[in-house]
Design a protein around this ligand. Structure first.
Ligand SMILES: [Zn+2]
Length: 321
């Protein structure tokens, strides 16, 4: 497997030292899709004591006492009911981006610091999602989470989304194409080869395997995969995934992050070329005047970037597993 990268150097005069400083920009090409990612190894200007809103003052449709009366109902599978498991509640999403669009509240608490999520929060949410997905006949399934405003969430209350669409999201189409052509050429699953060849990117080896992708899609990008179909995922698989998310979130907290996105995407039925893929990235920390990390090169020119080499991220994050 070829890992393609190129470098550029940028220089500037630092008037404080009167020295010309040099910074290296590494441009990496994702070995599966060709998508580029720029790595500028330079610490982010993090807020030392982020100023968070008073979460208790936020109006919220997912809090107990309100969710029963205003939580939108799914009519396809849930038959107009709110479906519960532990603290998790499955509802219809009133801002749908796909034919089936659900929202699942995962905690009773309206706000939880990222290092205080518990395995059961995610596990119960994922099990409700799987129960629903298994009652449908879509070829692929997507489960996502956006936590806090820097990650694009409109409501702070922890929740995940389930999306089932006949038309894939743009990047998912390219991911599948890459996986199919890699398998056609090598008769091997891309992710298994990546795992075998790049020891520096390995984070955890269990039922799920976790790596740090060569061309990250964002800060501290960690990717997991399992060669199964979404319909075949069971409670043990989801417990291991939930525990792994908790581990990553503990690491993110220690690194100064308090906001993140994750996504689970996979085929309904097991395929040799395409596993269920999990991705998680940290977002710029929530703060009163937080900095958005989706600036022009990302938003308009579809270029990913990060501030640390993934091999360094792997070294750091595997201590939490
Ligand atoms: Zn709430």
């Amino acid at each position: 497997m070829e890992l393609k990268k190129t470098q550029e150097k940028s220089i500037f005069l630092n008037p404080a030292t009167n020295e010309v400083e040099e910074l290296e920009i590494e441009i990496r090409f994702d070995p599966l899709t060709g998508k580029r990612s720029r790595i500028l190894v330079k610490p982010l200007p993090f807020p030392k004591n982020p100023e968070l809103p008073d979460f208790s003052k936020e109006w919220c449709p997912f809090c107990d006492g309100r969710v029963d009366s205003i939580g939108a109902r799914d009519v396809r599978v849930a038959d107009g009911q709110l479906i519960r498991r532990g603290e998790a509640i499955l509802m219809a999403n009133i801002s749908p981006y796909a034919e089936v669009s659900l929202v699942i509240r995962v905690t009773r608490d309206h706000y939880i610091p990222v290092n205080e999520f518990e395995t059961d929060h995610f596990l119960n949410g994922f099990m409700l999602a799987l129960e629903y997905i298994k009652a449908t006949e879509f070829d692929y399934a997507t489960i996502t989470m956006n936590y806090l405003k820097p990650a694009g969430s409109s409501i702070s209350h922890p929740h995940i989304q389930v999306m089932l669409s006949k038309t894939l999201f743009d990047y998912q189409g390219r991911l599948i194409k890459g996986a199919e052509s890699y398998f056609a050429k090598h008769s091997r699953c891309f992710w298994d080869d990546y795992w075998d060849e790049f020891e520096d990117s390995r984070v955890y080896d269990g039922g799920w395997r976790f790596i740090t992708p060569f061309a990250p899609k964002g800060f501290e990008h960690v990717q997991g995969y399992m060669v199964k179909g979404v319909h075949e995922l069971d409670e043990d698989d989801m417990r291991e995934l939930s525990e792994s998310i908790i581990n990553v979130l503990r690491a993110y907290t220690d690194m100064g992050f308090n906001s993140f996105n994750f996504g689970i995407f996979g085929p309904a039925r097991k395929r040799e070329d395409l596993p269920v893929v999990f991705d998680i990235v940290a977002r710029t920390p929530m703060d009163r005047y937080y900095q958005n990390d989706t600036f022009a090169i990302a938003k308009l020119y579809d270029e990913s970037y990060t501030n640390r080499k993934p091999e360094e991220t792997a070294k750091e994050i595997k201590r939490y597993f």
